[in-house]
Structure formats: structure tokens, C-alpha cells
Design a protein around this ligand. Structure first.
Ligand code: ZN
Length: 470
């Protein structure tokens, strides 16, 4: 009997221990996983009955997403504008993972409070009102850029303020209509596979000749006298193990580096990369942010790549002209152009201008900060002049805007070995003006030549930014 009582006491103690353990585990998981659970699209409590998701507005305060009194989430009434902003804003199903609706769901639902708040809201049925988020995005600018993007083509346009790092527009094609997901009418039938991707952040492209900005920076920083060196372009160059040619069968003759840059001479830049060596070229690329683990806080972005090693001369020559294993996102290329404009200083990109809680109290306001010194100010000055010449008399002449100093670089990146697929058309550039500090990156997949296809889009986007961004 005594033995039995002892055993019962032991079992009782064990049950109490398990109960305490379970309670502790519950508390811990609510604390550590609460945001993830609450923002899960399958959590119906969060999506209507108990939470009122906050507003998303653009930089001018225009509503981009809000929750109606019946609890449904509403986006812009104009379908084209809704589509233009689709990947930036995201959707209720979380299909566009980088979208604000998804990435900031815990803020919009106000579930990032204290442990006590979380436990209370987990048990109570009270409606919680989320914080509202004002973005740095200009809705009108974004809708305009989307409207001028070539019909039926895929690609991206990213426009930033290079002095503050603010993202002013992201356009990614194909796009989708978030309202379709809400009413479930299309069940995704008409939505292209990659429409949920924000190509500005998740599109890793070979930058092609826009990368010559980095190669030229590496050369200038290694020896500023390189600008006096002459290179010979006879239309093709046989390096050890392969051949490189200039686009369209061009023969540029004897050229200095700035002339080669304005005409986008592949042979000169291939030779330059060979002369520099892979270590110096990689070191400069890494100063510009290649191979960095990008953690910007306001959004997710893929890392850009410069190869750790090149297997042969060809690998180095092609890296110098932004082909082969070199990969970058449009957002990063806009930041590179912006760093040239900003005296070599690359600003940390920001997407959120202000967060207000349900009482209208600001809990976050825009902070701008330097991300890195990508190059010496003197190098930035020389590059800006070379990019200005490229607009004045080179391949980016279609970027010129009357009354403004526009600097740019084109690219036509090969995506196949046998030229069977049209090149990706690139343009990166900026306005050199303290009051209109805008930089842009454009990529049109399989669009053809950067000079004729991407450059006019870049110019129109910058012109619109001059008009509408306040
Ligand atoms: Zn050439």
C-alpha cells in the first residue's frame, strides 16, 4: 500500500511536470512563432474576424491597399495600376512573397507586440487594428512605367532616389491582378508562372555591358593613367581558348577607354579585364556589393554574383563585359548607377517611409544611411563623365532629356551561346541634379539592343520622375 501511494505520488508529480512543460512550450511558441501563425493566409482568424489589416499608401499618401468595413482587402480600383503595383504590394494569399502584404504582415496585423499582448490576443476575440505603412513608392510613377513597358515582354524597371536610397518604383513583368486571387475567379489560370516574382529583387540577370561601369572603375582605381592608354579593336580578338567580338560586327579601331566605354567596345573591355586580372576585378565588384549577403531590412533581395574563380582566360574576358557567371538584380544595378551619381556613396535602399499604429502614432519614420563607399569620389566623377559622354555621343543617346544632365550605359546581354535568342536589353543611368537625384535600371528580356529598346524606357521613366515625384 505504501509502495502504491509512492508510485501514485510519482505519477502525479510527473503529470504536473508535463503540464508545466506544456504551458511553457505554448507560451514559448506563441512568442516565437506567433507572427508566422497569425500572418499565415490559412489563418482565418487573422484574415477578417479578429484583425483589421492596416493601410498601405504610397509616398504621397494615396491608398494602395486597405481593409473595407466588411473585412475584405481592397486594392486600387484601376486594374492597370493594380497590376503595376502587384509584386510590390503583394496579395492576401502571400503568392508574391516579397510583397508588402506578406513581408510586413505582422506589422499590418499588429502582431509584433509583447508576449503579454500576444497571449491576450490569442485568447480574446477582440478585433485588433494593424499599423498602416506608407511606402517610398510613387504609385503614379509606377503605373506610368508599367504602361510604357513593351507589350508582351518580360523584364523589370527599378527607379530610386540615389541620395536617400528610397525606392520610387518597381515594375516587374509579367504582372498579375491581386483582386483575381481574392475572389478566386481565375484560380491562377491566367497568371503566368513567374508573375508573382518581383524581378527587380528576384531577377538575377547577366548585366552585360552595363557591368563595364564596374570594369572601368576597377581600371581607374588600379591606375588612373589607364585613361590615356590606347586599345585596338579590329572587330574580333582571339584570346587563349576563344574569341570575342564587338556587337553588330562593329570595328572601333584605336580607342581610349572612355571612347571604348561610350561605344561599348567588348574587345577593349575584354582586354582590360585580362590586363587587370580576376582578383582586382573581383575586389572592385565586391566593393560595389557583388557577393555580398544583402540584408537591407525593408525588403528581401537576391545576392549578386561575381565568380569566386575563373577557369580560364575566357572566363575573365567575359566577366569583364558582364557575361558568363556575373549576375545582378535590376535593384542592384540601379544602386550601382546611383553610387556613380552620388560621389561613390551607395545608399542603403529603403522602401518604408512611415509606419503608424492604429492610434495614428508614428512607430517608424524614414532613416537614410550610407550602405557602402563603392568607389573613390574621383573614380565616381570620371565614371559619371564617361556615362555622360555615352548619352551625348554614344550608345545611350536616346536617354538625353532636354535641360538635364543625363548619364547612362547600355547593355545587350547574350543569353544563349549561339545567338539563337535575342539579347536582354539593358539600360542603367541617372540624372545628375541635386534636386532630381534619380537613378534607373531597365531590363527587357529578349528585347534586343539596349540602346534602342531599354534606353528610351529609362529616359521616359526619368522624365516622369522629374514631373511627379515630390
Ligand atoms: Zn570594339
Amino acid at each position: 500500500m505504501k509502495e502504491l501511494r509512492g508510485k501514485m505520488r510519482l505519477v502525479g508529480a510527473l503529470i504536473v511536470c508535463l503540464f508545466i512543460g506544456l504551458g511553457a512550450w505554448y507560451g514559448y511558441t506563441v512568442y516565437s512563432q506567433g507572427s508566422v501563425w497569425a500572418s499565415n493566409p490559412y489563418n482565418t482568424r487573422a484574415n477578417g474576424t479578429t484583425a483589421h489589416m492596416g493601410d498601405i499608401t504610397d509616398r504621397d499618401g494615396n491608398l494602395l491597399a486597405h481593409t473595407a468595413s466588411d473585412g475584405t482587402r481592397q486594392y486600387l480600383t484601376n486594374e492597370a495600376s493594380r497590376r503595376a503595383l502587384s509584386q510590390t504590394i503583394g496579395d492576401q494569399m502571400g503568392m508574391s512573397g516579397t510583397g508588402v502584404e506578406n513581408y510586413y504582415s505582422s506589422t499590418l496585423l499588429n502582431i509584433s507586440g509583447s508576449l503579454l499582448d500576444r497571449l491576450r490576443s490569442a485568447f480574446s476575440g477582440e478585433e485588433r487594428v494593424g499599423s498602416s505603412i506608407q511606402l517610398t513608392i510613387d504609385g503614379e510613377l509606377t503605373a506610368y512605367i508599367s504602361s510604357i513597358f513593351p507589350e508582351g515582354k518580360n523584364g523589370a524597371v527599378c527607379l530610386i532616389n540615389y541620395r536617400t536610397g528610397e525606392v520610387l518604383a518597381w515594375v516587374s513583368k509579367p504582372d498579375y491582378d491581386p483582386a483575381d486571387l481574392l475572389d478566386g475567379s481565375t484560380e491562377g489560370d491566367d497568371i503566368a508562372d513567374t508573375a508573382f516574382l518581383n524581378r527587380c529583387l528576384q531577377g538575377l540577370y547577366m548585366p552585360g555591358s552595363t557591368f563595364k561601369i564596374v570594369t572601368l572603375a576597377a581600371a581607374i582605381e588600379a591606375d588612373p593613367n589607364v585613361l590615356n592608354q590606347k586599345f585596338l579593336c579590329s572587330g574580333s580578338w582571339d584570346y587563349e581558348g576563344g574569341t570575342i567580338v564587338c556587337a553588330g560586327g562593329a570595328v572601333h579601331g584605336e580607342v581610349d577607354l572612355v571612347t571604348a566605354f561610350t561605344k561599348s567596345c567588348n574587345i577593349t573591355f575584354g582586354k582590360l579585364a585580362y590586363q587587370l586580372g580576376v582578383e582586382r576585378l573581383r575586389a572592385t565588384a565586391e566593393n560595389f556589393g557583388f557577393n555580398e549577403n544583402f540584408k537591407f531590412g525593408d525588403f528581401m533581395i537576391y545576392n549578386s554574383v561575381f565568380p569566386e574563380s575563373v577557369p580560364n582566360v575566357g572566363g575573365l574576358v567575359w566577366a569583364g563585359v558582364g557575361q558568363g557567371e556575373v549576375l545582378a538584380t535590376p535593384q542592384h544595378m540601379a544602386m550601382i548607377a546611383g553610387a556613380v551619381a552620388n560621389g561613390g556613396v551607395m545608399m542603403k535602399p529603403v522602401l518604408v517611409k512611415r509606419i503608424e499604429n492604429s492610434m495614428g502614432v508614428a512607430t517608424h519614420t524614414l532613416e537614410t544611411s550610407v550602405y557602402r563607399q563603392a568607389m573613390q569620389p574621383s573614380t565616381a566623377e570620371l565614371l559619371a563623365r564617361a556615362m555622360y559622354e555615352t548619352v551625348q555621343s554614344g550608345t545611350a543617346s536616346r536617354a538625353a532629356i532636354s535641360g538635364y544632365t543625363v548619364c547612362g550605359k547600355t547593355g545587350s546581354a547574350e543569353t544563349s551561346d549561339d545567338k539563337s535568342v535575342p539579347t536582354n536589353a539593358w539600360f542603367v543611368g541617372f540624372i545628375r541634379d541635386e534636386s532630381k537625384p534619380y537613378a534607373v535600371a531597365v531590363v527587357v528580356e529578349q528585347g534586343g539592343a539596349g540602346s534602342t529598346v531599354a534606353t528610351p524606357i529609362g529616359r521616359q521613366a526619368l522624365e516622369k520622375a522629374i514631373q511627379v515625384v515630390g
